[in-house]
Design a protein around this ligand. Sequence first.
Ligand SMILES: *[C@@H]1O[C@H](CO)[C@@H](O)[C@H](O)[C@H]1NC(C)=O
Ligand SMILES: *[C@@H]1O[C@H](CO)[C@@H](O)[C@H](O)[C@H]1NC(C)=O
Ligand SMILES: *[C@@H]1O[C@H](CO)[C@@H](O)[C@H](O)[C@H]1NC(C)=O
Ligand SMILES: *[C@@H]1O[C@H](CO)[C@@H](O)[C@H](O)[C@H]1NC(C)=O
Length: 412
Amino acid sequence: MEPAVLRHLLSSVILGSVIHGSGVSALNNGLALTPPMGWLHWQRFLCQTDCKNYPSSCINEQLFMQMADIMVSNGWLKAGYKYVCIDDCWLAPNRDKNNRLQADPDRFPGGIKKLADYMHDRGLLFGIYQDVGNKTCAGFPGSRDFYELDAQTFADWGVDLLKFDGCNYGTLEDLEEGYRRMAIALNRTGRDIVYSCEWPLYARQEAHVNYTEVAEYCNSWRNFGDIDDSWASVKMILDFTATLQEQLVPAAGPGAWNDPDMLVIGNFGLSWDQQVTQMALWAIMAAPLLMSNDLRAISPESTALLQNQEVIAINQDPLGIQGYRLLKVNNFDLWEKPLASGSLAISVTNREEIGGPRYFLLVRAILWDGLSCDACYVTQLLPKRYEYGYYNSSQVLKVPVNPSGTVLLRLE
Ligand SMILES: *[C@@H]1O[C@H](CO)[C@@H](O)[C@H](O)[C@H]1NC(C)=O
Ligand SMILES: *[C@@H]1O[C@H](CO)[C@@H](O)[C@H](O)[C@H]1NC(C)=O
Ligand SMILES: *[C@@H]1O[C@H](CO)[C@@H](O)[C@H](O)[C@H]1NC(C)=O
Ligand SMILES: *[C@@H]1O[C@H](CO)[C@@H](O)[C@H](O)[C@H]1NC(C)=O
């Protein structure tokens, strides 16, 4: 498809839904009107339950309390990262005698309610994990046959977000019915609980995914497999997203987000330029910003990148339009994200993995036609802040981009 045709297709779908309110109707719980931001343990801490050999990195209440303390003391909460989320492996091997879920008593001796209170006392919110099937991915008791009871248990504990996985789901019908039932059960508790689904990821293995329906039940949803701490994984997620953008982009909006999975910035696998690429593109994609890293040991550079307020503002733009890949040319990827008030965010990624910086020549004619400025003021936000100044429709902007790096621009 011609880039211009694609842009017009997407822009008219998007603008149609924004202006006429006739787009996908999101889950109507008033939550996640901008993409959720926080911290989630999975990618960095996995299912480490051996607290004897890994006392400071096993999945226990200490880990979450320490992250919470740092989120408050080191500027994360102030930057917008509110949710502290547990992933798999917090459960005891069995339900209690009343079939209620219970946390592993050795690793969470205070229980989950106390941990949720700990977060709330510090102005943070608390996320938990369960699974639609009869076992979680790591083999702990799943929610199948207990959706209503588990939703009520989470509400009683003070949970603010549920990540609902899809392992061991049974049939496609079980999967879909399970996601719907949990949505209804959460709603009936009366508590505000963001509902983060993996429905399309599993449904894709069986059938065509109906994003209209997914968005009616879920606040966010995973489409692809888990991210890992590597450039290969980040690239794969970006290419998956771009390939499916005609389905994914129109489904997103306030209260309903495609989730390309966690930010792995600040770990071991990404170079500096690749960390910049992940941050820039997760902002462009209006992705939930859920970091999975060790906030007790993260570099000042990665901290500054993750806390960059102008980049976060692009992610959190109130229009809630998910950006899309406009152009793939000469091994550059160009994405754009329309912002409120006729502004625009643009990212240029250099997909070469050899050589040095290359120039991308940006001409106005290919960009979103809803831009409200004629001579737009251009600010580069990443990798370093730099003001290009005014840029009109007869000029060409010459942007140097490092191999596997990204330049993020704002036009206003
Ligand atoms: C768990 O679900 C699977 C289908 O995914 C089913 O075959 C199995 O019998 C179930 N096990 C129990 C204990 O319910
Ligand atoms: C439950 O759903 C209704 C109808 O969509 C909505 O108005 C209400 O805010 C929801 N409540 C909660 C707690 O999610
Ligand atoms: C997708 O779901 C929506 C809302 O539930 C429904 O109206 C529509 O018919 C479904 N589309 C298909 C192709 O099944
Ligand atoms: C764009 O800016 C350049 C340089 O300032 C100027 O020479 C040119 O006339 C401008 N073109 C338009 C269409 O405004």
